[in-house]
Design a binder for this molecule. Structure first.
Ligand code: PEP
Length: 543
């Protein structure tokens, strides 16, 4: 499952035992400092009151220290190596690797150990000979009091957390959870130790005086974890984060994070997951910038990214994403204020393989991205050239694939001028036509914030002639009513509908004042600093 990349940077910060502090935070508490592209890959060692973070490179096998011959070896000549990360009171976190072989562990354990297998295969036996096998991706708990034997069947590597505690009479039998068993909830709970899988949806979570010590291993998604002083780290799949009891700070989840964590201590009310974007009947506004096939030179990218710096003060109220051209996605993805999403302008519907010219969700996720845009009218046959138009059925197939893989999606619809000229009923019939194939998908979707509809009248795109606010509101409301009738009321109330088509800093405030307009998809103006004013307009209108 997780292959640990070798090398990369090692933390000078670790050697010095200093907390690393990124450059000063320019804007909101939700957006920690501009974290340089490579800075977030080094380990940040905090210790008491600070978060501790290790990217996979910190635990790369060539960074572990060989421990010397093992006692009690009776199979092969296993060589094991370890690297501690941090010790927080009675909880220690680190990594361990071991080559093939086996040995007896007769002395009962005085601590409970949890680990996630990164690579390899192994087993532990109980004293009565019961064997528990585990492989890459599995989570294993060896409770205090367990004794028996260890066998490494295939070179293994793991990240562990150990809790030293008094005998509290818990069962000594090992517990194993395979990846398919990792749905939200406790894998193990005894005394003050819980091993649990959790998912947090995008948004901020404030934590004050944390009641427990928690060691988190990120399975997927992206979040920023910020200390009280504003120092922050970006956490993605494969990263380990340890938070001490008493910690105060915040998580800013950029794309839904799934993690397995070891929680030690008496839990009061745990930090609540961020409210879904439609909590309390309110929809969180969302603005996207579509750079289309721009700019012509990579050297212009930095300037375009900097245009988005001005949105930072609004990121706690408004979601913001940017759709660079496909060639530029990887070049810019770490060059935005944290919290801004990068969303490719298209993806395929099959995954990796023999699909020349395509991009898969796996590749998008591997870059740490959580969103993708599909169905733009310029791909639905509006180029004015005889290129194959992407059909409604293809859009539905793509959407299902995107959601199944855990990505979120901006789904574009809209009518050409010839239909608008026939009046609103014709417009709504065209929108309904473009949405019909995704009705079952929307019905099944539990978190409605994962799909955003971008309503973009084709005649308004790039023409400088936006729909009037009344036209846009009427159409958005019509789309929402159609969803209520054909999907369900809850989806209609929760789903966000963006307006696109010559939106700019001048028309955004008035458009934002209409109740069914939840944001904008912006083309031309997203290449200019005025994008910040567009975000400001909707963020302030929807508070
Ligand atoms: C778009 O391309 O989605 C778009 C809305 O472009 P513009 O804002 O330039 O009309």
């Amino acid at each position: 499952m997780h292959t640990i990349a070798a090398a990369a940077l090692l933390a000078t910060a670790h050697a010095l035992q200093l907390p690393w502090k990124p450059a000063a935070v320019a804007a909101p508490p939700s957006a920690p400092a501009a974290i340089a592209a490579d800075d977030h890959r080094r380990a940040v060692i905090g210790g008491h009151n600070w978060l501790t973070h290790a990217p996979p490179s910190y635990f790369a096998r060539d960074k572990l220290t060989v421990k010397g011959p093992r006692a009690n070896t009776d199979v092969g000549a296993p060589v094991d190596a370890t690297r501690p990360l941090v010790k927080l009171g009675d909880v220690a976190v680190g990594s361990w690797s071991c080559s093939e072989g086996g040995w007896l562990s007769p002395a009962p354990r005085t601590s409970t150990e949890w680990f996630i297998m990164l690579e390899g295969e192994g087993s532990v036996d109980e004293e009565d000979g019961t064997r528990h096998r585990f492989a890459a991706g599995d989570v294993v708990v060896l409770p205090r009091g367990w004794s028996g034997r260890w066998d490494v069947q295939k070179d293994l590597h793991k990240v562990w957390a150990v809790h030293t505690h008094a005998d509290d009479g818990r069962s000594t039998s090992p517990v194993i959870a395979t990846p398919s068993q990792m749905s939200d909830g406790d894998i193990y709970k005894a005394g003050d130790t819980a091993v649990r899988v959790w998912t947090r949806q995008p948004g901020p979570v404030e934590v004050r005086d944390k009641a427990t010590t928690e060691s988190i291993y990120v399975l997927s998604g992206e979040m920023f974890v910020t200390n009280q002083d504003g120092s922050a780290v970006r956490c993605v799949a494969g990263d380990t984060v340890a938070l001490p009891r008493g910690w105060t700070g915040r998580y800013d989840v950029a794309s839904a994070v799934k993690a397995v964590s070891v929680v030690v201590g008496k839990e009061t009310t745990s930090a609540a997951a961020p409210a879904p974007s439609h909590a309390g009947g309110k929809r969180r506004p969302i603005v996207g910038g579509n750079w289309k096939c721009n700019p012509a030179t990579a050297s212009s990218l930095d300037e375009l990214c900097r245009n988005f710096d001005g949105v930072a003060p609004y990121l706690d109220k408004c979601d913001v994403y940017v759709c660079p051209s496909n060639l530029h996605v990887a070049l810019v993805k770490d060059n935005f204020t944290p919290g801004i999403h990068v969303a490719p302008q298209n993806c395929n519907f099959k995954g990796c393989g023999a699909y020349t010219g395509e991009m898969s969700v796996d590749q998008i996720q591997d870059l740490g991205l959580g969103w993708v845009l599909i169905g733009h009218s310029e791909r639905r046959g509006e180029f004015g050239l005889p290129t194959p138009a992407e059909s409604n059925q293809l859009m539905a197939t793509k959407l299902q694939y995107i959601l199944d893989q855990g990505l979120n999606c901006v789904f574009c619809i809209g009518e050409p001028l010839s239909i608008r000229q026939k009046g609103i009923q014709a417009v709504l019939a065209e929108c309904a036509d473009q949405l019909t194939d995704i009705v079952p998908i929307l019905r099944q979707l539990s978190d409605k914030s994962r799909v955003v509809i971008a309503y973009e009248p084709v005649w308004a795109i790039g023409t400088g002639e936006a729909a009037t606010p009344e036209q846009a509101q009427e159409t958005h409301k019509g789309i929402r009513d159609w969803i209520a009738a054909n999907v369900d009321r809850a989806t209609a109330d929760a789903i966000r509908i963006q307006y696109g088509g010559s939106a700019n800093a001048g028309n955004a405030p008035e458009l934002s004042s209409f109740p069914d307009i939840d944001g904008f998809l912006v083309g031309g103006a997203s290449l200019k600093p005025e994008i910040a004013d567009i975000v400001k307009a909707i963020a302030e209108a929807k508070v």
